[in-house]
Design a protein around this ligand. Sequence first.
Ligand SMILES: Nc1nc2c(c(=O)[nH]1)N[C@H]1C(S)=C(S)[C@@H](COP(=O)(O)O)O[C@H]1N2
Ligand SMILES: [Mo]
Length: 317
Amino acid sequence: MFVHRRKGWEIRESEATPEHLFFARRSLLKGGAAAAAASWLAAPAFAADDPADALYPAKRNEIFKLDRAVTPEEINSHYNNFYEFGSTKDIFDAAQSLKTRPWTIKIDGLVEKPFDIGIDDLIKSMPLEERLYRHRCVEAWAMAAPWTGFPLRALVEAAKPLSAAKYVRMETFLDRAMAPGQRQAWYPWPYVEGLTMAEAANDLSFLVTGAYGKPLGKSFGAPLRLATPWKYGFKSIKSITRISFVAERPKTFWESLQASEYGFWANVNPAVPHPRWSQASEEVLGTQERRPTQIFNGYGEFVAGLYVGLEKERLFV
Ligand SMILES: Nc1nc2c(c(=O)[nH]1)N[C@H]1C(S)=C(S)[C@@H](COP(=O)(O)O)O[C@H]1N2
Ligand SMILES: [Mo]
């Protein structure tokens, strides 16, 4: 039972504002505070000894177009939500303690035969491609990233789910020694997310193993994270260790904390404000720009059909 729950996004306005971190850093650089800046720039945003290194960069799938520039890697990899490593955006250094090998993913639940698979065997067995995707956090900041990975659908097919499976439930690792954030007992660890089977089979649902033409950096949720770019970013679960096929809608991490603000569907919609702020526009990370938010984050042509007949659901929370 908790009296004060520090809800994920319930951070002070000064902490929540992208400029606060990003532009403060940039002025550090400009001001010649080289030592402070150097550690930030020098640390590689990926594991150089990653066994899957040779598979990158993968061929880009040109179907997925951006309406904006790709966010520079240095900005994207240093402005993160990854509560396992802290509740600010500044988790890059802490996330370096994430140990990504060996890494086993458990596939279980309503499938023909549950199995475990090592991340490198999984990556080798899947059709890797690069996609340029937008990403829209519920906190009203946005970026764009070149993710490498494979369609979630390919893994669903390999898992051979039974017809009783209605949802895909995904879970992050649980290791309090490795991840200091997980020692904060008021969060319902491990992080859990979920999609309907139809959402998981949609072309856009993408399991990410790399970014910026390299194996996925730790702050991005190495070695395996989800990208569902028509949904708020909290759906894009990081550092996945378990994928279960289930009959019941899974209770997700943020939903457990505050269901009225962070629901299961979480589709992006400028017309439906978050209970505590507007979703009409978004801050484009790395720029001075605010842009109007687009319904389904601009991906309606791919996903609007998923929600026909579900209009009574809280689709946009
Ligand atoms: N395991 C885990 N996954 C997570 C989160 C988290 O804290 N832990 N944060 C989510 C949120 S709120 C967002 S916006 C994205 C952030 O991804 P990025 O840091 O690569 O931009 O990851 C999502 N996945
Ligand atoms: Mo987010």
